[in-house]
Design a protein around this ligand. Structure first.
Ligand code: FAD
Length: 639
């Protein structure tokens, strides 16, 4: 963690210096008349976006929420490894790791062939494959996760906070207006219930859940199916003689349905998803009047001969599985993308819904807005043309389709009765196989963006076979040269909207003058064609847009810090202080060698260009200057 770059300031380093000219947030202060970005909804999607934008105090961001405050309990609880990698960029992954339940194993239970009215453990699967991510898969109360984003916003230079008790009623877009073209009607849901106000915005993002008013206002519709299957979910404090209660468990009974157990943070709490009745075609779950007593009774039947003695029901809800996706994720839809750029977007449940059992809802919602946040920041700070915003729908709609398809398949397999061969133990049950096959997907690690101006054709993929263009940058251990600290290379990336170039030195390159790394750094720092020179403003730190980091194959004692080129030890901030944290060595202390782990070409080395949302945009030879310049010129404007 780096701080003090602009001078010493005591206290909590997570609290950034407040930017001047912020909105007056005192009680009874009026709502703003105009904002750059208006976000509807403080669920995971809205908060992730607000947190990202809060780092840009020059962008006026407003986030509205009809509820009076943050939720306290309930809703989703699964955070996959990919989202944890994103939390690292927001700086709270360590806090989350400390507080939460880690899903290490998943166990599977089926009817006991010797006693079919009872159940028996039939398999265990390691939940996170070795080296699939440096992060665990964790379970946490959604409300706590919201709180972490809210704290991050509060500590940001913008001191951003939600406007509670306001919901988006509707909006209109003026196609002829260049500035603030979206007029949003907000409705008071607090003491002056029903009163309305208008706010004009440059961009609106509907993170307002499955019944999204923003989606409706842009003519979007959710398509898909309801599975007519009721599921109950309850977070409980209970005693049980079931032995695997502190492991994630999928339990299938012979005739009583299924239960999914998710142990939770704090050591005592656990969640149960309980399969309830099939619904009729035209029946809604609310019509059945299911209660928590129904759920507890069903769980006891499914898990017999084991019993659950519930001491406290912390939260419960009844669900009907629906897998649905909106036909458009922005106001352009299939319209004319060449002459118009989007002004209104939807994200998260507002544009795709799925069953809670694959644990994707909250994760994918945040990944949607992590994708959109830096793009909005680039456009609003003049770094990129507004046409960049087309890529949000382009990338996320396809991902949502893949998610809904996989989730659909998973829900079907979960609900299908076991075959006789599976029951007799002759073949591995289908749901164990499917679970294992899905692990990369459920970890959020299977996302791969197609070729576009942001994702280059993988011409030089052979230079880094374990870091695929279009997929997230897969971190691995390194040792920092300046202080010999063992760390993960990917952890240098913060949610700050910057691009990163990781330059891996070829064999024997120790950054002496004339070496490939030295030449690359010098070219990047001073050549008029260099993207660093072209896209960084005169008054900005040299790494404000593109942050170069170098990794060498030698151990840290074989390299000399003084031999490093000036771009790898730049002076920054108000005081012109040297940044010592740009140079790394492969880890020789046992944690693993980056080159071996990620298939980096040892002889030639390479550059890996990584987007602000941690996805690999390009892989290039160390001397591919023109290709690098051309790549960035494809979407960044000259400074
Ligand atoms: P949401 O979390 O739904 O957030 C939307 C936000 O928008 C809410 O705060 C809402 O109050 C606000 N809003 C609504 N209307 C407006 C408006 N007009 N203007 C402004 N704001 C508005 N997932 C699981 O994996 N497991 C679960 O057990 C589970 N349980 C759930 C129970 C409930 C009752 C609900 C609603 C969802 C549940 N989910 C569960 C789904 C999971 O919570 C979502 O997938 C995830 O929260 C999606 O995040 P989001 O930010 O897109 O939407």
């Amino acid at each position: 963690m780096q701080f003090y770059v602009d001078g010493f300031r005591g206290g909590n380093p997570d609290i950034k210096n407040a930017a001047p000219g912020r909105r007056d947030r005192q009680e009874n202060a009026p709502l703003p008349e105009k904002v750059d970005v208006l976000i509807a909804g403080t669920g995971p999607a809205g908060l992730c976006l607000a947190a990202q934008l809060s780092q840009f105090p020059e962008i006026d961001t407003m986030i509205v929420e009809p509820s009076p405050c943050n939720i306290i309990k309930g809703k989703a609880d699964g955070i996959n490894t990919r989202t944890m990698e994103m939390f690292q960029a927001f700086g709270f992954a360590d806090k989350v790791k400390r507080e939460t339940y880690w899903v290490n194993q998943t166990t599977f239970w089926m009817p006991d062939p010797e006693n079919p009215s009872g159940i028996k453990r039939v398999g265990r699967v390691q939940d996170v494959a070795d080296d699939s991510s440096e992060m665990p898969h964790i379970l946490i109360n959604q409300a706590r996760m919201h709180q972490l984003f809210l704290e991050y916003m509060e500590n940001s230079p913008s001191r951003l906070a939600p406007d509670y008790n306001w919901g988006v009623k509707t909006l209109e877009i003026d196609p002829d207006a260049d500035e603030y073209p979206v007029t949003v009607t907000l409705e008071d849901t607090g003491v002056n219930w029903g009163e309305t106000r208008t706010v004009r915005a440059n961009y609106v993002v509907g993170c307002d859940g499955a019944r999204s008013n923003v989606r409706k206002a842009i003519g979007g519709e959710l398509h898909g199916d309801a599975a007519h299957q009721a599921w109950g979910v309850m977070d409980i404090l209970a005693n049980t003689d079931f032995p695997d209660v502190r492991q994630k468990c999928l339990i299938t009974s012979a005739n009583e349905g299924n239960v999914l157990i998710l142990p939770r943070e704090g050591g005592y709490l656990f969640r149960m998803y309980v399969e309830l009745d099939k619904l009729n075609e035209d029946e809604r779950v609310a019509q059945r009047n299911f209660s928590q007593e129904h759920m507890i009774a069903a769980a006891n039947r499914i898990m017999a001969p084991y019993t659950i003695d519930v001491k406290e029901v912390v939260w419960w809800s009844i669900y009907e599985i629906g897998h649905r996706i909106a036909d458009k994720f922005d106001d352009i839809g299939d319209g004319d993308r060449t002459s118009q750029t989007p002004r209104v977007f939807t994200a998260g449940d507002a544009c795709h819904t799925h069953s809670p059992k694959a644990g994707q809802g909250m994760n994918v919602s945040m990944q949607d807005t992590f994708n959109l946040g830096w793009k909005l920041a680039h456009v609003l700070t003049g770094r990129a043309d507004a046409s960049l915003l087309h890529s949000y729908a382009g990338e996320r709609l396809l991902e949502a389709k893949r998610l809904v398809e996989t989730d659909h398949q998973w829900a079907r397999i979960m609900s299908a009765p076991a075959t006789q061969d599976e029951l007799d133990g002759k073949v591995e049950p289908r749901f164990i196989r499917q679970f294992q096959e899905n692990l990369e997907f459920t970890g959020g690690l299977a996302v791969k963006y197609d070729e576009s101006s942001l994702t280059a054709e993988p011409v030089h993929q052979a230079l880094a076979t374990g870091e695929e263009v279009g997929r997230r940058f897969h971190s691995a251990p390194v040792v920092r040269l300046s202080d010999a600290k063992q760390m993960q290379l990917g952890h240098v990336a913060e949610a700050d909207g910057r691009w990163r170039i990781y330059a891996f030195a070829g064999e024997g390159d120790s950054s002496d003058a004339g070496s490939a790394i030295h030449k690359l750094a010098d070219w990047l720092e001073s050549d008029p064609k260099s993207p660093v020179v072209k896209h960084t403003r005169k008054d900005e730190d040299i790494d404000a847009v593109i942050d170069l980091r170098a990794v060498f194959q030698q151990t840290f004692d074989q390299l000399a810090y003084e031999d490093m080129p000036s771009l790898l030890k730049p002076t920054k901030g108000k005081l012109g202080l040297t940044d010592y944290e740009k140079v790394f060595c492969a880890d020789h202390k046992g944690a693993g060698d980056f080159y071996d782990m990620r298939g980096i070409d040892r002889a030639k080395g390479c550059m890996i260009v990584v987007r602000p949302d941690q996805y690999i945009a390009n892989i290039l030879p160390l001397d591919a200057y023109d290709e690098l310049a051309e790549f960035f010129a494809g979407f960044l404007l000259p400074a």
